[in-house]
Each structure stands twice: as C-alpha cells, then as structure tokens.
Design a protein around this ligand. Structure first.
Ligand code: ACO
Length: 509
C-alpha cells in the first residue's frame, strides 16, 4: 500500500485529493481518501480530541491512533491519500503534525507551492526553495503541487521534479514513494508490536503485587500481544487489582509456595547447583523467592521469559539466571543492551548493565551478541567499538584494549561490520567520519555501540536518554539461553510493558 500526504490549504486539498484519486483509479488502482483529524468522516479523530491529546503531552499516542486509523481507512486500497491537518486556535502545530504523519506512514509528502504572480524564474526558485526546506527535515521531495506555467513544469521535469497541476492532477502510480525513511519511535514500537503478534509468547512477572507491574499486566492483557503470568497470592493480587480498578481477569496467577511444581523446582535447583555447594534445604529456601521461582519457570519452559526488578537490584534479579539458565552455546558472556529509539533512528547501546570492567574477550562477546540482538529487532548491525581514540589518533592501554577486542570480535564473526577504536562523533556523523576514518564501512553510519566499560555505557545511555528524550528500552540481557530481563527500580508502567514486549520477541529467537 502506498500513501500520499497532501500539504495544501483547506479549500484546495479535498478537490486535489479527489482528482488524484480519479487519476489513480483510471490506472486501475483502488484509492481511498482519508481525513486524519476532522469532526466528521470515518476513521477521523475529532479536532477537539486531537487538541486535548497534544495539550496533555500524548502526541505519541495520537500518532499511534492515527496510524491505526490510516490502516483501517486504507483497507483494500492500493493508495491512501491523506488530507492535511489544518491550523486553528485548537491545533496550533499543524505543520509539525502533518510531517509527523507523513514520516510515520512512509508517505510521499506533496506540498502545494503558490506561484501566483511570479515569473517563471521566480516560480522555479520558489519550488526549489520549498524542496530544500523540506530536505532540512529529512524529506526528499520530487513531487509538488503548483498551478505554475507549463514552461516551469518543463524546467522542473529536467531536474527530475514532477509538478502536479491542481487543475488536472495527473499522477503516475509508479512515482509514489516514501519521502522520508526515518524510523520514528512510533514506527519502531508498531514494528515491535507486529513482531510480538506474529508469535505470541508467555512472560512471567514475579512482582505480581507491585502496583506498576499489575498495571502493566492489565495493559498487556488489553494489547493481546503477550500472555503474562503473575506470581503471588491470588487473593492479594485480585484485591489490589480491584483497588486500582484494573482488569486482570483471565491472567494466570501462580503462588510459588503452594504450587504443585515447587518440590520439583527446588530439587532441580539443588541438582544444577550442588557442585557449587547448594544443599537441598537451601534450594527450598531459595525457591520460595519469587525471582528464583520465576527464573525456574523459564528454565522449565512453563514461561518463555521473565521480566523482574521493579523492586530488586539488577544483581538480585539476574543472578539466578546467570547461575542456572546460563549462556547460549558458544557464548560466554551475558551483557545488557538498550534499544535507543531516537526521533528518526534506532540505536543499540551495550553493555550498559552487567559487566563492570570487561576483558577484551568479554568486549568482543558483547559486540557479537549485540549484532544478533540488533538483527532480532530489525536493525542491520554496523558496530562501533567506542573509545576516546579514532584509529590511531590516541594511545594508551584503554585504547589498546578496544583495538584488541575489535580484532577478537572480527575473528569470531568475520561477516560483521565492526570498527574500532572509534569515537562517538566519528561513529555517527558522516562528515566527521570522512575526515577521521575515510573509507570505513561503519564510521558515520554505526547503529550498534559497544562501550568500553559499564561506567561509560550506563552513563552514556542515560545521558542520551535525558538529553534527547529518546525512548530507552532495556536493559535487554543478551547471551542467556532463555530471556530474562531486568527492570530499573524506577521503571514506569510503559517501561515494564515495553520490556515485556521485547522479552517476548527475544523468546521467539
Ligand atoms: N556472563 C556470564 N556469566 C556470568 C556473568 C556474565 N556477565 N557474570 C557472572 N556470571 C556467572 C558466574 O560465572 C557465576 O557462575 P557459577 O556460579 O556457575 O560459577 C555466576 O554468574 C555468579 O557469579 P558471581 O561472580 O558470583 O556474580 P555476582 O553475583 O557477584 O555478580 C553480577 C554478577 C550481578 C552481574 C555483577 O557483575 C553485577 O552486579 N554487575 C553490575 C550490575 C549493575 O549494577 N548494573 C547497573 C545497573 S542496571 C541499570 O542501570 C539499567
């Protein structure tokens, strides 16, 4: 399905949309016209509702709802033509909203450029300036709407710019393509939902009686993307859900100490850890702990993954998994990464959660495991082994360690694109990359970042999150045989929902 987003005035847009639809229908393409924010019409959000959501800081939710509506409006259509949102005293950021809709729908943005009373030279210049302005916002435009002269149309055609004349509004189906390829947070979250939906998994949440966890469970039930199991006493959890007005009907609740599998689980823990000094009695005591019990449910396959840590430290949350879920074959190191969903791209940062002072072998492991994690979430990994030096620009034992780790990662996975040592600016900025590391297939385009220590990684992800407003999803533990993920003790309900979602996706792999 292709989408066109018109950016023209309220009086022109409907007739232009209809003419474009007629032109496409004449080529045999089923076309739908959609008014995203309007007080009437199917699949439209009323203006006042939209204004309220923007005012309440719920722009992301609004965009998500608009994407749902666009999908519904486009059912059975080859092309969706979206009308623009107009500015008035209720909605004061129409331009921003329209470009956001275009980005999130992978639409071809078609702005109207007024050339009335302009000479042909002025008209060409006006259209080119409009295109350049949109380029500053990441849009590559080669189609505009303008009632300019046929000479202007001809001159622009020589520059590969198509002008749609509002009078006849001819458009070729083949020229319709996305004007922007940004991976926005809305797009990324929707892609995660689609992946989770494709193969539904069951995730155990040991902290069943924590308010935020219970709210997340209710939200996950509504989304129907993941099944959850809550640990705790049924009566306590039900009473708390009533108190919080949450619908958790149908969610499985397991009370570890009264569970029929308790003895088996305690015995399994004893068998797995007896060589490390575990006794039968200690195993029973540990199995009464919700984190050990939840981790054992994952080990036994009763749940596909576990998310915990809303009230416990990282160490207490992940130690049981390190002790008996253990690492995947061929992997020695468990590390923790964050998916950083920025305004127009997604990065993966690691290790931000587990290994305080990694050896060069461990750093190499983090790089290789991060590449696999990146792929599981739809990224094509280009790995930067971060340092304060790019190439040979700086020297010292810390730089040497990153160089050695890079060599080990390349040896372990020769097919991967890895660069190191490299500074952050050279890793992300093509112009810096051209100066500092010309010819590198990673410099300037990295999307997976391996930090040299846990200090650097943990500080780095929090700094970017706080300074840019990025959505930081994680930490995702990678390298474990089965997925277990830790929550920050400050995790919000949305953080918990997102972590459960990504844990379910890890469980698919
Ligand atoms: N990869 C694989 N296995 C590991 C790892 C690892 N990174 N770390 C420990 N293990 C294994 C050990 O080999 C050992 O196995 P064994 O008992 O079968 O021999 C077992 O786990 C326990 O090892 P210990 O060395 O006793 O581990 P300990 O429990 O002391 O610590 C831990 C492990 C919890 C990961 C520790 O390194 C730690 O506390 N890291 C920092 C966590 C943290 O505070 N992160 C920052 C906050 S997170 C955030 O902000 C999002």
């Amino acid at each position: 399905m292709k989408t066109i987003m018109l950016l023209c005035c309220e009086s022109c847009a409907p007739s232009l949309a209809q003419k474009l639809a007629d032109a496409l229908e004449a080529q045999g393409h089923k076309t739908a016209i959609w008014n995203p924010i309007a007080d009437s019409g199917e699949h439209a959000i009323p203006r006042q509702d939209a204004a309220k959501r923007i005012a309440q800081g719920q722009k992301a939710q609004l965009l998500d709802a608009l994407c749902d509506n666009a999908e519904a409006a486009a059912q059975n259509a080859d092309v969706l033509i979206a009308l623009p949102v107009y500015e008035d005293c209720a909605i004061r950021m129409a331009y921003e909203l329209n470009t956001a809709i275009a980005r999130n729908l992978d639409a071809m943005l078609v702005p109207a450029v007024c050339t009335k009373d302009k000479t042909d030279d002025q008209a060409v210049e006006a259209i080119e300036l409009a295109i350049q302005q949109f380029a500053q916002e990441g849009f590559t435009l080669d189609v505009v709407a303008s009632g300019c002269s046929s000479e202007v149309v001809r001159r622009l055609a020589n520059k590969n710019i198509t002008v749609i004349q509002p009078k006849c509004a001819k458009i070729d189906f083949n020229v319709i393509k996305p004007s922007c390829h940004a991976v926005t947070p809305t797009k990324f979250m929707r892609s995660l939902h689609a992946i989770a939906r494709a193969q539904k998994k069951t995730i155990v949440l040991p902290e069943g009686n924590v308010d935020r966890v219970l709210s997340a469970a209710a939200e996950l039930k509504k989304q129907k993307l993941v099944d959850v199991i809550l640990l705790g006493k049924k009566d306590d959890i039900s009473a708390k859900a009533d108190e919080l007005h949450l619908d958790i009907d149908g969610i499985q609740i397991v009370d570890p100490q009264n569970d029929t599998c308790f003895d088996d689980y305690a015995n399994t823990l004893y068998e797995l850890r007896k060589a490390k000094g575990m006794t039968e009695e200690k195993a029973r005591t540990l199995m009464a702990d919700k984190t050990f019990f939840g981790t054992m449910m994952v080990y036994k396959g009763r749940a596909d993954g576990m998310v915990s840590g809303a009230t416990t430290t990282t160490a207490d949350t992940i130690r049981p998994a390190l002790q008996f879920i253990k690492t995947k074959p061929g992997i020695k190191t468990v590390s923790g990464v964050f998916l950083m969903s920025l305004a127009d791209r997604v990065y993966l940062y690691g290790d931000c959660a587990v290994i305080p002072n990694p050896t060069t072998d461990q750093l190499a492991d983090v790089a290789v495991a991060s590449a696999a994690t990146a792929r599981a979430f739809g990224l094509d990994p280009k790995i930067a082994m971060l340092s304060y030096s790019t190439g040979t620009s700086g020297a010292g034992p810390d730089v040497d360690a990153v160089r050695e780790a890079t060599a080990k990662a390349r040896e372990a996975a020769p097919e991967l694109l890895i660069e190191g040592p490299i500074q952050y600016d050279a890793a992300v900025d093509p112009s810096v990359a051209r100066t500092k590391l010309p010819g590198s297939p990673v410099a300037g385009q990295a999307n997976v970042f391996v930090f040299p220590t846990l200090n650097a990684g943990n500080i780095g992800y929090k700094a970017v999150q706080r300074a840019s407003g990025a959505i930081a999803i994680g930490p995702l533990l990678q390298g474990l045989n089965k997925p277990v993920n830790d929550l920050s003790r400050g995790a919000s309900v949305a953080d918990i929902v997102n972590t459960v979602l990504v844990t379910a996706i890890q469980a698919q792999n």
